[in-house]
Design a protein. Structure first.
Length: 282
């Protein structure tokens, strides 16, 4: 999934993008449940999923420039608690970032590879630890000062209280974060809660997260955090249609600074918006 951020003047942002490789992407809350694959692993051993959505949001930031995306992945979950998976989505943020900085680069797909271990230490409480690799097959990678590929290590505590489920998750970047220079050690804290209403297969969904971006701006005295750290949130509803089909509607927003995460039209990629998606699980 991907990232990018902000300055008080858009002109300075464009210049910064050109010199540091900062990307307007991978910080966001995705529109599809599969985009956070490491939080919940479906009993297996093998499952697959396919999603169509009107906008790919990851940690609140649009990865597809407010346009539709197609997504899908595969999971293997062993009875011992170990799991592996792959998840993919169409994106545009890398080519959009390059265009904004006056360069030419392309990466039409995001490929995520993850693995970890889950252990139910008490009824309704499952711990989850693992590693997630974001990989972007990119042409003309030299257009960026930092490689957008990112490795995160995560730990999560899943919980169930009758009709209420959710998790608290902490992700730590072992590499630079989605092409942001000097950002190793960045982290994201995520609280997600779902409530099964028991009516018509409807569940209510709520999420809040905080993205901290570590390090200093290349060649300057400002911190990445002062420009690019932000909070994101989501409120939505999910409908189980049966036979592996589900749909969701949600409102997503962030307090990302104007100019930090922008597209070539200078729009804030973290502005509030509605998401609609349809998922088929196999």
């Amino acid at each position: 999934m991907s990232l990018s951020r902000a300055f008080t003047t858009l002109g300075f942002t464009a210049a910064l993008l050109a010199t540091t490789g900062i990307m307007p992407s991978a910080f966001a809350q995705t529109s599809a449940p599969a985009a956070e694959p490491t939080s919940v692993v479906t009993p297996g051993p093998f499952t697959a999923n396919l999603t169509l959505t009107n906008d790919y949001r990851y940690r609140g930031i649009s990865q597809s420039n407010f346009r539709p995306a197609i997504q899908g992945g595969f999971d293997y979950a062993h009875s011992s608690g170990f799991y592996l998976g792959n998840w993919n989505s169409s994106i545009s943020w890398i080519s959009d970032s390059a265009s904004l900085a006056g360069n030419n680069a392309s990466a039409p797909i995001e490929m995520d590879f993850y693995g970890g271990y889950k252990y139910e230490w008490s009824k309704g409480f499952t711990a989850d630890v693992g590693v997630l690799q974001y990989y972007y097959p990119t042409t003309n990678l030299s257009a960026f000062a930092a490689n957008p590929n990112t490795t995160e290590i995560y730990a999560a505590q899943n919980f169930t209280f009758d009709a209420v489920t959710g998790y608290l998750k902490f992700s730590w970047a072992a590499t630079t974060l989605f092409g942001t220079a000097n950002s190793s050690g960045s982290n994201y804290t995520d609280l997600t809660v779902n409530y099964d209403t028991g009516v018509w297969g409807l569940a209510l969904n709520a999420h809040v997260g905080y993205q901290y971006v570590a390090g200093q701006i290349a060649g300057g005295g400002m911190s990445n955090s002062s420009l690019y750290s932000y909070t994101d949130w989501k409120l939505g509803v999910t409908k189980d249609f049966g036979s592996g089909f589900s749909g969701s509607m949600a409102y997503v927003g962030t307090n990302a600074k104007d100019g930090s995460y922008i597209n070539p039209q200078l729009q804030n990629l973290g502005k509030g918006g509605f998401l609609i998606s349809l998922t088929k699980t196999f």
